[in-house]
Design a protein around this ligand. Structure first.
Ligand code: GTR
Length: 421
């Protein structure tokens, strides 16, 4: 090669390398997600009484996550664990989700069906009846569980709070749904469990006569008595009670997963029950990951009106009065710390306030840091379809509508590969 040609070749190589570095940099610093103008306008037209415009979000101040009720700064992991976490949990019990009654109950597990050759031999299926008995009454939670046959040791597992009906969790697998992609999870070495929220408490307002309320509630119900979401979260814990006894499952590696109302429930289940190693809130929105004070999309007043049975009665005091709440949802997310926490949203689901959910996560991270977990995320949102994992927290915003899809699950599993395996 002549000297000229060598120089040319060298320059071309440098140019190509620079091009690659710059496009990688662009991908990393790629512009953060913003709701499309078209989506904002379309949704605003549909529900003109709700705000979908970022510029109309009112000014607000979040309660300080690291200052105790008696105004002491929380500066050590011990102060968080011994004082502040308990305070925040109590504030959520009293003002938002409500308190589990102390009525004693009995619980039994019965494996009513086992198939060691499920999914063409890839998995073992167990169907377990979890029977709760109290005051001479009975309630059965039907747990469906698949575990991979090809494994060396007990596996990490996902427990889905299914709020979309049994077709999503078909034990025969003749109906398959992306909402609970068992085959894919089994192939990646995870157990998959699910129960139907309506087994624990039907999702309608009947003044707390049915479901688990019928067994455990005392009358008159106090203003901080548990609502339906807290009842579902309690049901998730009863499923976990069984799962920790199952030798195929790693008891300290169970993730609780929920979509939308199920996502709010998953967050509360993880807050109340620290045996859950990971919490996944998929598009949980108002009453879930989204900051209430932003009043973006669904509001406290709207959720308490449409779903008067979801939260405790005290929560209604904050209808159109969000600034009076002694908590906001960054504090709910922080109750998962130092365990793994995944929050995700969808780009067209502005009703669930993606930005408010991300900001809640951002404002929960100081607790992870205090607990010596190396998590750090920027205040600005990541680009669409770009997963962010930092220490024990993860986030993504997926393109498209309100739903939980295989694409979401693949990201959940990528995170679990890092933090649960
Ligand atoms: C909506 C409700 C949301 C969310 C959703 C769901 O109607 O406003 O808070 O929970 O239902 O569960 O799909």
């Amino acid at each position: 090669m002549s000297t000229d040609k060598k120089q040319l070749f060298f320059l071309a190589t440098v140019f190509l390398l620079l091009l690659q570095v710059s496009s990688e940099l662009q991908a990393q610093t790629g512009e953060g997600w913003k709701a499309s103008k078209e989506t904002v306008e379309r949704l605003s037209k549909d529900r003109s009484e709700f705000n979908y415009y970022e510029e109309k979000v009112p000014a607000y101040t979040l309660p300080d996550i690291l200052t105790t009720i008696d105004m002491k700064k929380v500066t050590t992991p011990q102060a968080w664990t011994k004082i502040r976490r308990g305070e925040i949990l109590e504030l959520f019990r009293k003002n938002v989700f409500g308190r589990v009654p102390e009525t004693p109950y009995q619980k039994t597990f019965k494996v009513v069906n086992t198939d060691k050759n499920a999914i063409n031999g890839a998995a073992t299926l167990k169907q377990v009846d979890i029977t709760i008995t109290a005051e001479g009454k009975e309630l059965v939670i039907h747990l469906t569980l698949f575990t991979p046959n090809n494994r060396q040791k007990p596996v990490p597992a996902f427990l889905l709070i299914d709020n979309r009906g049994p077709a999503n969790t078909d034990p025969t697998r003749s109906v398959k749904s992306e909402f609970w992609p068992v085959e894919e999870a089994i192939a990646r070495g995870y157990g998959m469990a699910a129960f139907s929220n309506s087994d624990v408490d039907p999702d309608n307002f009947d003044d707390f006569k049915n479901g688990i309320h019928n067994l455990l509630d005392k009358s008159p119900r106090p203003d901080d008595a548990w609502g339906t979401l807290a009842a579902w979260a309690w049901g998730a814990s009863r499923c976990l009670d069984y799962m920790v006894t199952d030798k195929d499952i790693a008891a300290d590696k169970v993730a609780v997963v929920g979509h939308s109302r199920g996502g709010k429930t998953a967050l509360w289940a993880g807050a109340e029950d620290t045996r859950f190693a990971m919490v996944i809130s998929n598009e949980s929105g108002c009453g879930g990951a989204a900051l209430a004070r932003r009043r973006f999309g669904e509001t406290v007043s709207r959720i308490n009106t449409s779903f008067p049975h979801w939260f405790c009665s005290n929560y209604k005091k904050y209808n159109n009065n969000e600034d009076a709440l002694p908590v906001d949802m960054h504090m709910l997310l922080a109750l998962s710390a130092p365990r793994a926490l995944y929050v995700d949203c969808a780009s067209e689901d502005l009703w669930g306030d993606p930005r408010g959910s991300y900001l809640a996560l951002y404002n929960a991270v100081p607790v992870y840091k205090l607990l010596k977990i190396n998590s750090d995320i920027p205040e600005s949102m990541p680009p669409l379809n770009k997963q962010v994992i930092s220490g024990k927290v993860a986030f993504h915003i997926r393109d498209g509508a309100h739903n939980m899809l295989l694409k979401d699950w693949n990201w959940f599993m990528d995170f679990a590969d890092v933090v649960l395996k």
